[in-house]
Design a protein around this ligand. Structure first.
Ligand SMILES: Cc1cc2nc3c(=O)[nH]c(=O)nc-3n(C[C@H](O)[C@H](O)[C@H](O)COP(=O)(O)O)c2cc1C
Length: 186
């Protein structure tokens, strides 16, 4: 698949097979992530990969309760309130792998750099038949001191992106998009 085909076909994938993504493939994705451009060549990323389905389910359960119990702190998530109380809803789409991308805050451009790394990983995964979905629901949870301590993430690393990932059950239809908004000087 060439890059244009990859971009044109990529979708957020929320349905995965049970096939485990091997450590070799995960490593290849991480290395491709590090090919992204970075401000002043800072390369300020750090990654956590979790491949324990029970741990992922436990995280999902905790995230749902935490967001729901303090929904007034999360006005954006009000639109998803009914999902948070639905026992069938899994924040990570029942993926058996999640990847968390952190940026070293001592680097001025860390959030941009790590978002570009995430985009590389998302597109490379698409090329390998691996679907991904950026999981905004995990934003706060994966940035807590407790979570970071558990995975030995230094305190000065800030969460940028959490991805659920797994081999796709099916290739989805290409995304529909609004036409680009372009501003002109006339
Ligand atoms: C910053 C960000 C946060 C997102 N959070 C979630 C999420 O928590 N759960 C989810 O299912 N999808 C999430 N998505 C995926 C979007 O819903 C998806 O990208 C959008 O609907 C467009 O669909 P497409 O990616 O298939 O083109 C997120 C995407 C981004 C970029």
């Amino acid at each position: 698949m060439n890059v244009k085909e990859c971009m044109n076909s990529r979708r957020s994938v929320r349905s995965y097979t049970d096939e485990i993504i091997s450590d070799e493939v995960i490593n290849e994705l991480l290395v491709l992530g590090t090919k992204a451009a970075t401000g002043s060549n800072g390369q300020p990323w750090g990654f956590v990969v979790i491949k324990d389905k029970e741990a992922i389910q436990a995280m999902s359960d905790e995230i749902k309760v935490k967001i729901h119990d303090s929904i007034e702190e999360y006005p954006y998530f009000r639109q998803y309130e009914s999902w948070l109380t639905n026992p069938k809803f899994n924040v990570f789409n029942r993926a058996n792998c999640i990847m968390v991308i952190y940026g070293d805050t001592s680097s001025h451009w860390y959030d941009k750099d790590c978002t570009l790394a995430a985009a590389n990983i998302i597109l490379a995964a698409q090329d390998m038949g691996i679907g991904t979905c950026w999981i905004g629901f995990a934003e706060r949870y994966c940035n807590t001191p407790e979570f970071k301590a558990k995975y030995n993430v230094p305190a000065n690393y800030d969460l940028v992106c959490t991805l659920s990932m797994g081999y796709m059950k099916m290739q989805m239809t290409p995304p529909e998009r609004k036409a680009p908004t372009v501003f002109y000087n006339k």
